[in-house]
Write a new protein. Structure first.
Lengths: 367, 367
């Protein structure tokens, strides 16, 4: 595929200019860029600058408010509900996570449900905000309904990811961040670009029959909950997706299930909303609310080392500790640049032209 | 299979006598019976009275303390660590969940990690304790290492279940309770009894190769994390199992990963423990710490009704709401009795003889 490398600083400056152009205050624009580009750095290309034009279109459709009044509308010492005021999830989510962290400082843990928000980028980025505070961070969100529960032909859930970030001592942190489906939508997009078939167990047709066509969702097909089929536990994947949906949206007052407004601006949100915007859920737990942080981290190091050194099946180099591949991507891409394919670059050039901002491809790191 | 039905009252009286015989105080014996038999009532036969003799053997091996001093050893307004003093998990877990509920009454949520415990029965029972308080309940536990992380041939995790219980209004509550593996160990036991093969994707051989032999674990084989293989997301199942292990044991100071003491008394615990006993983690969240409980429940009803009425694939009657099958079992078995197969009855008769207690099969509900 035709790919070029772009330095982080270049993409970050460009994305910030765009967020300023749609009216974001300076501070919000910086927060949004940090959330968005974290996906590119960590190798989750589907959630990074490739989506910048999508956010712009949501703003053009007046579904994103670039100057939101993000505020707490209900709270207890360890909880809060935040109204995102239709802001960018990229901005709303870090503010809500900050509230969770502050609650945890006060009473040991903090739990924040968010309504009236939009797509928040990658869950892991928000969960990881807890790490420098010696806290465990959690983040989840509901998303556009593209997933059929076990036995359903209707698409009632999103890929509803869960992220859990856990600090360690000399080892890097444990950072799990995964869609609660067998495969995330981004994996299908890669197959579409490569014109390859999907494995059985990822997708079903409109009538519920098995499919290997990565374009099946455009025909009314659906993604499948983690587990692939009933015999292999897809009802557990459904439980996970449902849990995320309820914590994110029923607790907060956002739209849930099939009422979640779609990310793509060309699909109108349901005419009969059951709440406001999409929902997220965040948690922060102070490690020393359970045991001294040093003790905890020493055992996390031991946990990680034991699992990393497990004896593997022939041909595999090791058990992958959650967060390892993404961290390696982050180091490498921060140094060498972020690869963007021609389609994404063309899309960004279009955004650039729309706002009369320069997207100078000549400064790509490695042509 | 040779099965007879036994009334709940009969099994409950019998199990209580046994717990008293091993030295449990009256109140603990009642709590233990409620935890244990809830599994039989809810149709999770592998975790009910079928395990009574296993608990007795752990007590005989001096691995269970029947008169534990269960106490908080560390706390903050929203958290606690509980030392189970080697007590029965069946007793320790409800006490820890009670602490979580009391914390939630005070500050909105309560989170309790437990060390120095034993097998706690079914996670769902403990999570459901939150429901009458209009709270969301969560329960997880680590367990005997029988699961190989993706790419590993070593067994480093247990089936590490997660339960989430969420109250509704006119609808029954949402109660998810699932092992984080493709199949739980109890499913293998059923196949062993029926002398049938397991589906591919549940088990691997000692060298990591695929297996359909339900007895493979006795040969050094392993259960597989939810997802079955890397292509279908087994690394996500590994993330889930790891998360449960870390919350249950690294936060509390219990044994984690391969150091978890095995449930069966004929296998000695590892000689180099990294903590005390096995670990659990509990959570309770007051719904009205997020939004008025009536509002929440009205939307939960709507959520459940929408999912329950989803259009299904041909031949299926509906999407199964988590908790529905178990609740139906509970109603039916409370009325008609609990089916026990001949092997379990023989085992209970042996326990009865050992303690000179009567296990009168003549009062079985339906011979």
């Amino acid at each position: 595929m035709d790919e070029h490398l772009y330095p982080y600083s270049h993409l970050s400056r460009f994305a910030k200019e765009i967020f300023l152009k749609i009216g974001c205050p300076e501070e919000h624009a910086t927060t949004a860029v940090n959330s968005l580009l974290r996906a590119d750095l960590r190798g989750i290309d589907s959630h990074g600058v490739a989506r910048l034009s999508g956010y712009v279109r949501l703003w053009e459709a007046k579904r994103v408010n670039s100057q939101p009044n993000i505020r707490i509308v209900h709270e207890s010492p360890s909880t809060a509900v935040v109204d995102g005021d239709s802001g960018l999830g990229l901005v709303v989510a870090p503010q809500a996570m900050e509230i969770a962290i502050n609650k945890a400082k006060q009473v040991g843990t903090g739990w924040v449900a968010v309504k009236n928000s939009n797509h928040f980028g990658i869950a892991g980025h928000h969960a990881m905000m807890a790490l420098p505070h010696d806290m465990i961070g959690m983040a989840m969100t509901n998303a556009s309904p593209l997933v059929a529960p076990t036995f359903s032909v209707e698409r009632l859930l999103g890929t509803n990811p869960i992220a859990v970030a856990i600090p360690a001592g000399s080892q890097p942190p444990f950072v799990a961040d995964f869609a609660t489906t067998t495969a995330a939508n981004g994996k299908l997009e890669i197959l579409q670009r490569k014109e390859r078939e999907a494995p059985l167990g990822w997708i079903q047709k409109k009538n519920g029959a098995a499919s290997t066509n990565p374009n099946e969702l455009k025909e009314g097909g659906a993604l499948i909950p983690l587990g692939s089929d009933r015999e292999h536990g897809s009802h557990k994947g459904f439980c996970l997706g449902a849990w995320v949906d309820i914590f994110s949206a029923v607790l907060s007052g956002a739209n849930y299930g099939p009422w979640v407004p779609p990310f793509v601006s060309f699909l109108a949100p349901p005419a009969d909303p059951v709440g406001e915007g999409i929902g997220h859920f965040f948690g922060a737990m102070r490690v020393d609310a359970f045991r001294p942080a040093d003790e905890f981290k020493k055992h996390m190091d031991n946990w990680i080392e034991r699992f990393r050194s497990a004896k593997t099946v022939d041909g595999e180099t090791g058990v992958i500790i959650p967060g390892d591949p993404e961290r390696e991507f982050e180091t490498e891409r921060m140094k060498n640049g972020i690869p963007l394919n021609a389609k994404v670059v063309a899309d960004l050039r279009e955004v650039a032209a729309k706002f009369q901002v320069q997207f100078d491809s000549s400064i790509s790191a490695h042509p």
